[in-house]
Design a protein around this ligand. Structure first.
Ligand code: MGP
Length: 337
């Protein structure tokens, strides 16, 4: 994977093209499964349209890309370049003592059972020795691997900032499409787990792991220093825990099978609209990973006069989440990149 291949091209290729094509031919079908826009900013936000991105529900081992560059590390030891295939984790990266690596359901606490049963969706190399590791938050918030790969394809660029990397699902995918990945997390444990998991995928050397608060990092390390040029920011913040689908207590019980609308005000650590606005000071190119029941008019309002592309992320017959592409990441807005 040479450097030039990671440069954004004007056209869309591969998996991303498939999405575009399916959108062009099946636009309404995709939109119909999420609520229509209501009261969106009349000024002009182009209405968001939901594209259905159905990823294969398989659990096969992905092909790993060749490593291309050395990543630095601000808060963890430096690494040697790894081999091109799955690399045995160096001892410095083996975080096995931090959290258990569950091997069978009998070891897993009741409240994590439904996530454990999806373990190979999250990490197809889950069982590759010494085994992928997830802490509690990682279990309920990691992006399934095939969705992460799809997002990474759309975010192909030179330098991407993953502001809330968690246990590394997205950062591992970005390391295969971007020249440089900066992966932040406020938790030193989760960062160690992310590095451990990235090592299993043979891409840890291409990710700069930084223990930091996202907002402080962009304020102090990006905006006040010209040394870090960020092309794309990926925002996958905490949604408020696994009960995000239930909505606030005062919300009326929705119709059977539906979930109450999710508002950006429930995003943590700050209102999701503020998080977005503060990120846009760094780059126009934002991919925002949001709950499937997020109110679409709120997603549209963030775009102002621009367009936003909303991609539904499906695994099999289940809608898992939405990825909202802003700035140059949205189709037809490559000039903003
Ligand atoms: P889910 O709906 O909580 O679980 O999360 P599940 O089991 O996939 O669906 P269910 O309908 O069977 O209950 C769906 C996906 O959303 C997860 O796989 C994560 O990728 C993502 N996700 C969930 N949470 C709670 C968060 C979160 O707090 N932050 C982020 N960034 N992603 C989350």
């Amino acid at each position: 994977m040479g450097k030039n291949k990671n440069k954004r091209k004007a056209g869309i290729s591969g998996l991303a093209r498939f999405v575009l094509e399916s959108f062009n031919t099946d636009n309404t079908a995709a939109s119909s499964s999420i609520e229509p826009i209501q009261g969106s900013n009349s000024q002009s936000s182009a209405p968001p349209s939901a594209k259905k991105q159905k990823v294969d529900d398989g659990m096969s081992v992905p092909t790993l890309a060749e490593p291309t560059q050395d990543g630095g590390a601000l808060s963890a030891p430096a690494v040697q370049a790894s081999s091109s295939k799955i690399a045995a984790p160096r001892k410095a990266y083996n975080a096995s003592g931090l959290v258990p690596h569950y091997e069978n359901a009998s070891q897993v606490p009741e409240h994590l059972q439904k996530y454990f049963s999806q373990r190979y969706r999250y990490f197809s190399l889950y069982s590759e020795p010494p085994g992928c590791l997830l802490d509690e938050e990682g279990w309920f918030s990691v992006t399934p691997e095939r969705i992460a790969n799809q997002i990474a394809e759309r975010c192909r660029c030179d330098t991407i900032l993953d502001g809330f990397c968690g246990v590394g699902g997205n950062a591992i995918a970005f390391a295969q499409t971007c020249n440089r990945v900066i992966a932040l997390d406020i938790s030193s444990t989760r960062l160690a787990l992310a590095r451990h998991n990235a090592e299993i995928y043979g891409v840890a050397d291409r990710i700069e792991f930084v223990q930091a608060d996202y907002l402080s990092f962009i304020e102090n390390q990006v905006l006040q220093s010209n040394t870090r040029k960020i092309d794309v920011i990926f925002l996958s913040p905490p949604w408020g825990g696994p009960s995000y689908l239930d909505g606030p207590a005062q919300v009326q019980t929705p119709a059977e099978g539906e979930h109450p609308p999710y508002h950006l005000s429930s995003i943590q650590p700050i209102h999701g609209a503020d998080l977005f606005k503060r990120s846009r000071v760094v780059t126009p190119n934002i991919a925002y990973f949001l709950p499937r029941n997020t109110v679409l008019s709120e997603i549209a309002e963030l775009a102002g006069n621009e367009k936003v592309e909303v991609e539904e992320e499906w695994t099999g017959s289940k809608l898992k989440a939405l990825t909202c592409y802003y700035g140059g990441l949205a189709e037809g807005q490559g000039h903003l990149f």
